[in-house]
Ligand binder design. Structure first.
Ligand code: FRU
Length: 488
C-alpha cells in the first residue's frame, strides 16, 4: 500500500495508524515472513473509545503495510490488550486442513458490566487465524478465563515454555501479576502470583511480559518480567518497569530491591515483545505516549505513534542486571551514510550547526562525562535540550520550550531526569533519533534510554553542543545523518 503522510507532526519512520486513535501494541508475533503489529485501535475518533485490534505487517519491522481491522468488539465487550502465538503443534485444534493457526489471546472489557458497578467485567478471550493474520474468527467458547471479583484483570501475554511443554500466560490483576498454564490455549490454571510486595505501584499494573535473556558475554540466563504502570513513572504518569529474576516453569521470583525502568522518558508505555522472532532476538515495541496527556496531543487525523522496534539485551553493570534496549539493525537501511568527525571544545565553548534539516535525523556523538548541554532548536526559538550534570551522573531532558504544550499542564512543566547505570566510565555515547514530534535517546548502546514527544511549530534546524566544564573536551564519532521516511 502506498501512503503519503504529510500532516503536521506525522512521524515519517515510525508506525502510526492511518487515521483514528491508537494505544498499546498487541499480538506481536512473527510468522511465515511477517512481523505482525496489532494495536489498541478506535477508528472512529482520535480519542480512546470501544477498542478494536488494528493491524499492520512488516518484513523488516521498519516498513509497514496497513491491514484491515483484525478484531472488533462483540457481545463480550471491547477488545483490550493481549498477545498472539503461532500454534505450531495445533494444540488448540483450530488448525484445519493442515494449516497452522495463529491464536490471539486478549482481554474482553464489558462496558455495561463496568457501568453497572460490577467488578468482574474483564475476562480473557481467544481468536484464531488460518491465513497468517488476514482474517480472524473468535472462539465460540469465549471467555476462556472468567472473572469473579477482580476489578483489573487484563493484558494476557502468552508464550510456549519448552521446559514444561505448555503455554504460559502472564496476566495482571491490579497490584500483581498472575501466571497461568495451559495445554491447549483454551483451559487455563492459575499456577502462581508475583509482585504484591515488590516493584513500583504508583498505578495499576498493566501489559506484562515474561521472557528469558542471556547476560551479555556469559552463559547465564535470567528471566525478565516487564510491567507497565499507569501512573508513578519516574518523570510522571505512565512508564515501564522491569524485574530481573528466575522462572522455573511455575513461579517467577526476583531478588531485585530497587525499581528499574526500561525507558526513563515520558513516552514509552505498554511495550511488549515479539513471539517467535526469526533471528531469536527479543524485540520490543512500545506506545510512544503517556496517559497523562495522550488524549490531548495536538495531532490532526490520527493520534500517537509506536516507538522504534528495539532489540532487548541483558548486561551486568557494576554488579547489577540492566535491561538494554536499542533500535533493530534494519533501521540502518534508512539512515544516510555520513562520515564522523572529532573535535575539541574549549571550556565554555559552544559549537553550532545551523541550517541543518533535523526533522528526521539521527545525531550521534561520544564525549567525556563532564558538564555539557546539547540542543536541537528552530528559527522560532523553540528548543529541546539535554543537560548532563557530571557531579550527580544525571541526564536531564528539557522540552519545556520545545513547542506547543498548552494542551496539558503536565506536558511541559518540568525537566525529565535519568540516572545513568554506568557510574564509573569516563565517557558516554549519545544517539538521538528525531522524527518530527519525537526523540528517542539511546545512551551507551541502549543501557539508558529516554523517549520523549514534543510539538515544535516548525522542524528543528539547528544543533549545538556547549561545553559547560572548565576544561577542554574532545567530542568524537560525531555525525548528523538523515533518516528517510517510509510512508511514500
Ligand atoms: C494500557 C491499557 C491496558 C488495556 C488497554 C485498553 O495502556 O490500559 O491495560 O488493555 O490500555 O485500551
Amino acid at each position: 500500500e502506498t501512503k503519503v503522510y504529510a500532516e503536521k507532526y506525522r512521524p515519517q519512520y515510525h508506525f502510526s495508524p492511518p487515521t483514528g486513535w491508537m494505544n498499546d501494541p498487541n499480538g506481536l508475533v512473527y510468522h511465515d515472513g511477517l512481523y505482525h503489529l496489532f494495536y489498541q485501535y478506535y477508528p472512529h475518533a482520535t480519542v480512546w473509545g470501544p477498542m478494536h485490534w488494528g493491524h499492520a505487517v512488516s518484513s523488516d519491522l521498519i516498513n509497514w503495510d496497513n491491514k484491515p481491522i483484525a478484531l472488533y468488539p462483540d457481545k463480550n465487550g471491547f477488545i483490550f490488550s493481549g498477545s498472539a502465538v503461532v500454534d505450531k503443534n495445533n494444540t488448540s485444534g483450530f488448525g484445519t486442513h493442515g494449516k497452522i493457526p495463529l491464536v490471539a489471546i486478549f482481554t474482553y472489557h464489558d462496558m455495561e458490566g463496568e457501568k453497572s458497578g460490577r467488578s468482574d467485567f474483564q475476562t480473557q478471550g481467544i481468536a484464531f487465524s488460518l491465513d497468517n493474520g488476514e482474517t480472524w474468527e473468535k472462539y465460540e467458547g469465549n471467555p476462556v478465563i472468567g472473572n469473579v471479583d477482580t476489578k483489573d484483570l487484563r493484558d494476557p501475554k502468552v508464550f510456549w515454555h519448552e521446559g514444561t511443554e505448555s503455554w504460559i500466560m502472564a496476566l495482571v490483576a491490579g497490584d500483581h501479576a498472575k501466571f497461568y498454564r495451559s495445554k491447549n490455549l483454551k483451559e487455563w490454571d492459575n499456577i502462581s502470583d508475583f509482585g504484591q510486595n515488590q516493584g513500583a505501584h504508583g498505578g495499576v499494573w498493566e501489559c506484562p511480559d515474561l521472557f528469558p535473556l542471556k547476560v551479555e558475554g556469559t552463559d547465564e540466563e535470567k528471566w525478565v518480567l516487564i510491567i507497565s504502570i499507569g501512573n508513578g513513572a519516574p518523570n510522571g504518569g505512565s512508564g515501564t518497569q522491569y524485574f530481573v529474576g528466575d522462572f522455573d516453569g511455575t513461579t517467577f521470583s526476583s531478588e531485585q530491591k530497587e525499581y528499574k525502568w526500561l525507558d526513563w522518558g515520558t513516552d514509552n508505555y505498554a511495550g511488549v515483545t515479539y513471539n517467535d522472532t526469526p533471528d531469536g532476538q527479543r524485540k520490543f515495541i512500545g506506545w510512544m505516549s503517556n496517559w497523562q496527556y495522550a488524549l490531548k496531543t495536538p495531532t490532526s487525523t490520527w493520534r500517537s505513534a509506536m516507538t522504534l522496534p528495539r532489540n532487548l539485551g541483558l548486561k551486568k553493570i557494576e554488579g547489577e542486571y540492566v535491561l538494554v534496549n536499542y533500535p533493530v539493525q534494519a533501521i540502518n537501511a534508512i539512515i544516510s551514510d555520513t562520515s564522523t568527525e572529532s573535535f575539541e571544545l574549549e571550556a565554555s565553548e559552544k559549537k553550532i550547526w545551523a541550517n541543518t534539516t533535523l526533522s528526521q535525523s539521527k545525531v550521534s556523538l561520544s564525549l567525556p562525562k563532564k558538564d555539557f548541554v546539547v540542543s536541537f532548536s528552530n528559527d522560532g526559538g523553540e528548543e529541546f535540550r539535554l543537560i548532563f550534570d557530571s557531579a550527580s551522573n544525571l541526564v536531564m531532558l528539557d522540552r519545556t520550550t520545545a513547542g506547543q504544550d498548552d494542551f496539558n499542564y503536565q506536558f511541559g512543566n518540568k525537566l525529565h531526569y535519568m540516572i545513568l547505570d554506568d557510574k564509573t566510565s569516563e565517557s558516554m555515547k549519545l544517539e538521538f533519533f528525531i522524527d518530527n514530534a519525537s526523540c528517542e535517546l539511546f545512551i551507551n548502546d541502549g543501557e539508558n534510554v529516554m523517549t520523549s514527544q514534543f510539538f515544535p511549530s516548525e522542524g528543528f534546524s539547528k544543533f549545538s553542543i556547549e561545553n559547560m566544564a572548565d576544561e577542554t573536551i574532545v567530542v568524537s564519532d560525531f555525525a548528523i545523518a538523515e533518516v528517510k521516511g517510509i510512508w511514500k
